[in-house]
Design a binder for this molecule. Structure first.
Ligand SMILES: [Zn+2]
Length: 397
């Protein structure tokens, strides 16, 4: 007998499997469906009338069921908040990379237990929005000591830890950014790599240029970390093409792109992770999702939770923006927040519901996934299962 009793979800109005062999279209959509979880994995998917017996059952009464959202971009380890900066920006002050330094100061001043509690709070918030996998970046320490404790906090919360070693040059290195990069490559990555899976850099004017970003990413790769890049958020720049050149798992933001950037993404294996919450909260323009998708680029959606430019953990909110303002179809947006996020994390066991995949799923108080964009701002998540265990019920019995 497995540790977790098997569970049959029946009466599913619309099931999104993201397995095109299991149902209609790219989402592998099945109506009147059932799913059986066993041992933390999906054991069976099919029509509700044919579901095999299980230890327990849950009749979903026509609700939609999807793979849990895969949040592939978040900055949850930090101290303080920047509500006043947000209010000032809404009153007309433009966003630069400088505000990050306020969070660096607050993070350095926070105790380990304060960082841990804040990260846990946001992780729980993400779960209530349906995210069953959350990548967590460091990046508000920007010293060996503070990045190390940030990776330790992140590693206690997720397997998907990203060392954002070069987020913005900290104040003590503001006039000698190359020295900071040397310190990162010689000391910080060595100290932090055992706790991390990914290496990330903010390649943008005001943060790190192409050569500096290249040095940090290749130093991380030499220590077994896989690259991902923040690029092209505020203007066109070298981030996208650097990411493709290094075979990065993902390049994130991708708001300002040239035709050459889109061509490079289409020819490479790097996922374009779009973060509309950041563009929303900074009144930036939105990325050209249509041009990317139509060129054949794999697109993911992330919420980019961070205290400066996107203080939301809600992928449903990002899905609604992606459909309304980025002209993604509701199907494309849901795929990007589930299977797309899994691609961005190079995972094939999540973002999909097929036999053998992780039993990470959500149900909606709605008959189909279309309601995620059709009913913006409404808390539609009724159930969240992670590893087959019901972890959130949205107040339902
Ligand atoms: Zn970010």
């Amino acid at each position: 007998m497995s540790a977790t009793p098997s569970l049959a979800l029946t009466g599913i109005g619309t099931l999104i499997t993201n397995d095109p062999t299991a149902g209609e279209g790219p989402l592998g959509l099945v109506h009147d469906a059932a799913v059986v979880f066993d041992g933390g994995r999906v054991a069976w998917v099919g029509p509700t009338g044919s579901a095999p017996a299980a230890d327990a059952g849950c009749d979903l009464d026509g609700r939609a069921v999807l793979p849990g959202f895969v949040e592939s971009h978040s900055h949850l380890v930090f101290g303080g908040d920047r509500a006043e900066e947000f209010a000032a920006r809404m009153a007309g002050r433009p966003y630069g990379a400088g505000g990050i330094r306020n969070t660096i100061a607050a993070t350095r001043n926070a105790s380990d237990s304060e960082l841990q509690a804040n990260t846990r709070r946001l992780l729980d918030e993400s779960l209530r929005s349906g995210s069953t996998t959350v990548e967590i970046k460091t990046g508000y320490g920007q010293s060996v000591k503070d990045e190390l404790r940030s990776t330790q906090v992140a590693a206690s919360c997720t397997d998907e830890v990203t060392l954002l070693a070069a987020h913005v040059p900290p104040p003590e290195y503001a006039a000698r950014v190359d020295d900071y990069v040397t310190m990162v490559c010689d000391e910080m990555i060595d100290a932090c790599a055992p706790n991390a899976k990914w290496i990330d850099v903010f390649c943008e004017t005001g943060a790190f240029d192409r050569d500096q970003a290249h040095a940090v990413l290749t130093a991380g790769m030499a220590r077994g970390l896989i690259p991902r890049v923040h690029g092209n958020q505020l203007r066109e720049g070298p981030g996208v093409q650097l990411a493709v050149e290094l075979g990065a798992a993902s390049v994130d933001h991708v708001t300002y792109t040239s035709k050459a950037d889109i061509d490079a993404l289409a020819q490479g294996s790097t996922v374009a992770t779009l973060l509309p919450g950041a563009d929303f909260s900074t009144r930036n323009k939105y990325p050209d999702a249509r041009a990317l998708i139509d060129a054949g680029v794999t697109v993911a959606l992330g919420a980019d939770c961070n205290p400066g430019t996107s203080y939301t953990t809600s992928l449903p909110f990002c899905i609604a923006i992606a459909v309304r303002d980025m002209h993604m179809t509701p199907d494309e947006a849901v795929w990007a927040a589930t299977a797309g996020g899994a691609r961005a994390l190079q995972r094939n066991d999540i973002g999909v519901l097929r036999p053998g995949s992780r039993a990470d799923a959500i149900a909606l108080d709605a008959p189909s996934h279309l309601h995620l964009s059709y009913r913006p701002g409404v808390p539609l998540i009724s159930h969240v299962w992670r590893g087959g265990a019901l972890e959130y019920t949205g107040g339902h019995r």
